[in-house]
Design a protein around this ligand. Structure first.
Ligand SMILES: [Zn+2]
Length: 374
């Protein structure tokens, strides 16, 4: 039987494609949430939401052991309409870590309502009029304009575009060679697809701790959407699924050893060096748990230590009396660009790894810091 028939990989590829084509800027995750809620219902799981919009499903299990929250974010970065000029061109604010270098000439989607969304392009000065001094200059987002074809502000408003409207990269999903997939917001729709498969395995399978499946909001905005869920659920353990920077392209090789297609990865250290004094140093029991689960399952587990990015786990770990947290993920290239690249093999490996790790958590699983390595 060929690899292409692996049902897990087929489901991951299918759901990833579908999710990448649904726009969901931070704070506007409704369409993504509805699709994921439908997927949970398909697994026979009931779900609920909190006031921020986190989507939560609880799979009850052995109450003797620690409880687990496994989470991934539904939202994506993008832009927000700031001003509509009299000539119909649109000015924007950015939301999240938008790479300005990769904005010019992008196709975008102004989200004004399902079936009514407005396609547009980010203006790029006509090449024939680009002077030598401008050729290699990146336009800051404050200077860019977005052209949806409107001839006036009134036309834009008649189409539903107003100040505050969310804008995302035009949703795309492309199968590349082999198991590689490119698309919009692989970060973190790939994590969402993995988490649905984790939920499927845990809902069907044998022994497990009580596990809360959480699809969180506003990660790209303020990294704290999942905190609300953690405050309500009071988990002992938090497992965060998101991208891990692939470092196997020529521009990244000095940064680490994470290969796309080399298997799932865990983060041993993250820190955001740009003002946000936070990051995640995983709980040693979680590092040991994932290392042992990978060994037992025969899954290659890659390691990452990286300054410059962080996830909601940094804030979730501080909830209550502390939550034993770890970031695990899939290698991803070209992060936050309009087309990010991941590998379906890595997503399948991550799914199996997370399920195996959670199943190993029982009443004997210690989070006691007195047991830390000496
Ligand atoms: Zn992410």
């Amino acid at each position: 039987m060929g690899m292409a028939r692996d049902p897990l990989k087929q489901r991951l590829r299918g759901l990833l494609h579908e999710l990448m084509l649904i726009p969901g800027l931070s704070g506007h995750e409704g369409r993504v949430r509805r699709r994921l809620a439908k997927a949970l219902e398909g697994l026979g799981l009931s779900w609920r939401t909190d006031r921020l919009g986190n989507l939560i499903a609880t799979i009850a299990g052995d109450a003797a052991g620690p409880s687990v929250m496994v989470f991934t974010h539904m939202d994506q970065l993008g832009l927000v309409v700031r001003k509509i000029e009299a000539d119909g061109l649109i000015r924007v604010e950015r939301l999240g870590g938008v790479p300005e270098r990769a904005l010019a000439s992008q196709e975008v989607l102004i989200c004004v309502g399902e079936g009514k969304d407005v396609p547009a392009v980010i203006a790029n000065k006509s090449h024939h009029a680009t002077g030598q001094d401008e050729k290699y200059r990146v336009l800051p987002y404050a200077e860019i304009t977005i052209d949806a074809g409107f001839a006036s502000a009134a036309e834009a408003r008649a189409a539903g575009v107003d100040i505050g409207a969310p804008i995302v990269y035009a949703p795309r999903a492309l199968d590349l060679a082999g198991e590689r997939v490119a698309g919009t917001s692989v970060d973190d729709r790939a994590g969402c697809a993995v988490l649905i498969e984790v939920a499927r395995a845990l809902a069907d399978g044998p022994r497990r701790p009580t596990t809360h499946i959480v699809f969180s909001v506003q990660e790209e905005f303020n990294l704290r959407g999942a905190v609300t869920a953690a405050q309500a659920l009071k988990p002992d353990v938090a497992i965060q699924l998101d991208l891990i920077l692939a470092t196997d392209t020529p521009d990244m090789t000095a940064r680490g050893e994470v290969r796309l297609g080399g298997g799932p990865a865990m983060s041993l250290y993250s820190f955001h060096g740009r003002g946000t004094l936070n990051g995640t140093i995983p709980h040693p029991a979680m590092v040991a748990l994932f290392s042992e689960a990978a060994r037992a399952e025969g899954i290659a587990l890659q390691r990452s230590a990286h300054v410059g990015a962080l996830t909601d786990s940094s804030y979730v770990q501080l909830v209550g009396q502390g939550v034993a947290a770890i970031d695990v993920g899939f290698p991803c290239r070209y992060t936050h660009s309009s087309l990010e690249v991941c590998d379906i093999d890595d997503l399948a490996g991550l799914t199996r790894l997370v399920v195996a790790a959670i199943r190993k958590i029982d009443g004997a699983f210690s989070l006691n810091r007195d047991d830390d390595e000496r």
